[in-house]
Every structure is written in structure tokens, then in C-alpha cells.
Design a protein around this ligand. Sequence first.
Ligand code: ZN
Length: 79
Amino acid sequence: MNCKGVIRELSNYIDGDLDPVVKQELERHLEHCEDCTMIVDQTKKTIQVLCDSQPVSLSADVRSRLHATLREKTGQKPT
Ligand SMILES: [Zn+2]
């Protein structure tokens, strides 16, 4: 699993909806990737706040901010 995979599976991971094998791969990536650990952490916190008033799901805004962060970290140019 790479950083893109983590982002792709992020909402399922946080929902606890992930295939156990995929989850294991994701957590193995988190062990050595500070960026993704930070993203998972921040997303969990964001969702905890949102949870008070809304069902658990990543808003388009959160998702696009995550993608922007990932692009910065990986040095990819925005498309
Ligand atoms: Zn990563």
C-alpha cells in the first residue's frame, strides 16, 4: 500500500469498514509514514467534531483538502 491507497481507503478505514487484509496493509504503511499517520489522525478528529451533528462521512471539502495535502507531500502537481 502507498500513500494514494491510504487516502483512497481512508473513509472505509475510519468507518471500520475495511477488509481485514487491506486494513493490515494500511496500518503497516502508517507505521513508517508520518504524513499518512497525520492525515488519518486529523481526519478522525474532524469526523469526531462532525459526528456531533452529522452522520459519519467525509465531506467533499475534507476530501479535497486531503488530496491537496497529499499532493504537497508527494510533490505532485495538481491536475
Ligand atoms: Zn503515506
